[in-house]
Design a protein around this ligand. Sequence first.
Ligand code: PAF
Length: 269
Amino acid sequence: MHVVRTIEELRAARAKMREPAFVPTMGNLHAGHLALVRIARERTSSVAASIFVNRLQFAPQEDFERYPRTFANDCALLEAEGVDVLFAPDERVLYPEPQAFVVDPSPLANQLEGQFRPRFFHGVATVVLKLFSCVQPSIAVFGKKDYQQLHIVRGMARQFNLPIEIIAAETVREADGLAMSSRNAYLSPDERAEAPRLYRLLDAVRAGRETAAGARSALDAAGWKTDYLELRRQSDLAPPLDGDRNLVALAAARLGATRLIDNVELQLG
Ligand code: PAF
């Protein structure tokens, strides 16, 4: 695996790749990320990944500084998965000057996650566009765990006519159902034991055993602080209308100091 730190090095490495697939990450990799790499690998003969903790998508009070940075281990994992090129720029490479031009994915960016993390998707969309422009992939793989992010990246690729196929990968879960996430590392042992309740309740909504409002109350009653637990349409994440069948139940809730997100797709009727 060729680790490149600058855009010039990346361009030279990119020139030797044919129609690469790309997996952008913020590092601290787990099995969910590696599943994205495997999907990329199945689709093309050359795979690029990136590791960059993007300050632009963190609010000042959020966990940018303490976000786990595990670069050596991440490199070993990516290499074992057969990644060809790893782009690992530092901030001076990706943001050599204050980023004046920012992608604004409103109105969706102001709903669900965006209601609680107001500039989050502006930061995500901006860095993803920059990474796309540096790597110039043919395919990019994003996890459904970040469902709204996936939707926004798809919309950005479509509306900016980016010649990149966006592939969605299923959420990878621990044996007890908890969606894999770098932030799971913040959970205490007691919180870790409690954390699968989020998926259990979403799954109960999917199976029709629980309403979204009921699931939200059950989470709060168990000591969580729920930001949202809502049904939306899969196609555009708008609130469902009568007759909509393909829905997704999305949730974000705090367990102690850790904010977890998850979602499940469901089909009515
Ligand atoms: O999902 C993530 O890890 C990040 O939001 C991404 C897409 C790498 C952009 O920083």
